[in-house]
Design a protein around this ligand. Structure first.
Ligand SMILES: [Zn+2]
Length: 68
């Protein structure tokens, strides 16, 4: 069965989700928060870079930009 990992935005725990259920309403198995799949980029700053990018075990696409 093909699966993916969705990290809960509330508690940070990772939830393994079967791709066949990806369109269903999904809740975190740890805190029951509704899991959301981002359909647009998440803007993060230096403060959250380590957690959101470096500690992520899945694929992460990153676009860097800076104020001029
Ligand atoms: Zn959670």
């Amino acid at each position: 069965m093909d699966t993916t990992i969705i990290r809960c935005r509330r508690c940070g725990k990772k939830n393994r989700i079967a791709l066949k259920n990806i369109d269903s309403k999904l809740n975190c198995g740890h805190c029951r928060e509704r899991l959301t799949i981002l359909d647009s980029p998440l803007n993060i700053g230096e403060l959250h870079f380590e957690k959101e990018v470096l500690q992520e075990t899945g694929l992460v696409g990153v676009i860097f930009s800076a104020d001029t």
